[in-house]
Design a binder for this molecule. Structure first.
Ligand SMILES: [Ca+2]
Ligand SMILES: [Ca+2]
Length: 183
């Protein structure tokens, strides 16, 4: 994903870091993505009903976030997951990805009224460690470290050096990375 900004220079110093814990715990629980009621076997109508009851009827939270993140967008058990699951079951739509499929996204998020911004990253629920770097040209300007959880926000302050992009990679998954460009 590429983003452009007009309010350069941007930042280079990390001032505040907030890592937000995922709302689910899901390590290694996923057997079949879309089996939202965790009954085993391929997704069926009961999984659609279970997810709908959770979202609209105050039903039980799905046991396994990854299984409930049907569309693998990093947001387990929301309306878009029901839509995909229903489309798959009733209309032969796209099948949910394998449980070990990887997904990570990183982007800049400007703060209103300020030239500073935040870097936000998010990954599939089963990704519990993400490594983040500032990069410039072919090199790595700064390794910000490994962050735990499947999403987080890094606030940035104005600085003297300008990286051209930030990169997030899921630890343990080869080539599962995403970059956001400053310009
Ligand atoms: Ca099921
Ligand atoms: Ca989802």
């Amino acid at each position: 994903m590429k983003l452009s900004f007009s309010w350069l220079p941007l930042t280079a110093i990390v001032s505040v870091m907030i890592c937000l814990a995922p709302s689910y715990t899901s390590a290694q629980c996923c057997e079949v993505r879309g089996d939202t009621d965790h009954s085993g076997g391929p997704p069926n109508l009961a999984d659609v009903v279970y997810l709908a009851d959770y979202i609209f009827g105050g039903g039980e939270v799905p046991q396994c976030a990854d299984e409930a993140d049907v569309n693998l967008d990093g947001y387990p058990g929301d309306i878009s997951d029901i839509v995909m699951l229903a489309d798959y079951i009733f209309h032969s739509g796209t099948s949910p990805a394998d449980c070990d499929s990887c997904w990570v996204d990183i982007w800049f998020e400007p703060v209103f009224g300020s030239p500073a911004s935040s870097v936000v990253w998010r990954a599939a629920p089963h990704i519990n460690q993400v490594e983040i770097e500032f990069r410039y040209g072919e090199g790595v300007w700064g390794n910000l470290g490994i962050f735990f959880g499947n999403w987080g926000i890094i606030d940035l302050d104005p600085g003297s050096f300008l990286p051209d992009r930030v990169r997030a990679c899921a630890v343990g998954y080869d080539s599962c990375c995403d970059e956001a460009w400053v310009w």
